[in-house]
Design a protein around this ligand. Structure first.
Ligand SMILES: O=C(O)CCC(=O)C(=O)O
Ligand SMILES: [Fe+2]
Length: 232
């Protein structure tokens, strides 16, 4: 696993500020991706299994891990959180929102637990040919962190086709703008969970963002989602 603290955080902050997302290449090796993907079939690791079609969330299946999280996932969640908390605090300040995120994930989770958001949210998703994920936000209660991360665990072009990540941004008094990204296997994509600050003529305003996955045209696509807040 790439050392998260060695990343060029200044560049990532700039990308998050400019576009609401940032792409970090090669955080996980192919071997690490394969190991994570294998967890999909270990049924005792999960608190719930969601058939996306049943809820009209799209087509595919995902599983929320239960606590304790597998050590590799716990470590990713903790180490990526801290540098993001710094930027999260800048965003709250720009938007005049009276929230300060603690620098350690452990303390942030205590805050979730204090308001009965107790259920872990990291998840693995699996889409077969024809699978997709409708545009959505992953907010599970009043306490939420403004960023989340997805790792694509399968190799595009070899193991699957299609299945791009789609990010939309709601421009006030207009329609939404969409961006399509296709991280390579093992890359991390950090993106906004709820809204990002955009500078307008009278200070910063909130631009709501949503994410989804376009249709997988062939093969199987796995992804690992790291959401930092827990769920009600
Ligand atoms: O499958 C993906 O790449 C996106 C998954 C997702 O919606 C998430 O991690 O929150
Ligand atoms: Fe999501």
């Amino acid at each position: 696993m790439l050392a998260i603290h060695n990343l060029h955080w200044a560049n990532l902050y700039q990308s998050l500020n400019d576009k609401g997302y940032a792409h970090i290449p090669a955080v996980l090796s192919q071997e690490e991706c394969e190991k994570l993907r294998k967890l999909y079939d270990e049924e005792n690791l999960y608190r719930s299994v969601i058939n996306m079609q049943r809820y009209r969330f799209g087509k595919g299946e995902y599983k929320y891990f239960s606590y304790p999280l597998p050590p590799a996932i716990q470590k990713l969640r903790e180490t990526i959180y801290s540098p993001l908390a710094t930027l999260a605090n800048e965003w709250m300040q720009k938007l005049s929102i009276d929230i300060q995120f603690p620098s350690s994930h452990h303390e942030f989770i205590e805050r979730c637990h204090a308001v009965a958001q107790l259920r872990p949210t990291p998840l693995i998703l699996r889409y077969e040919s024809g699978g997709f994920n409708t545009l959505h936000q992953d907010l599970y209660g009043d306490v939420y962190f403004p960023f989340q991360v997805v790792f694509v665990l399968s190799q595009h072009g070899k193991e699957y086709e299609g299945g791009e990540l789609v990010l939309t941004e709601q421009i006030p008094r207009a329609q939404s703008k969409a961006e399509v990204v296709r991280p390579n296997q093992g890359d991390a994509l950090i993106f906004t969970t709820n809204f990002r600050p955009v500078k307008g003529t009278r200070g910063y305003y909130r631009a709501a963002m949503r994410h989804g996955v376009s249709e997988v045209k062939s093969g199987i696509r796995y992804a690992l989602g790291i959401i930092f807040h827990d769920a009600k």
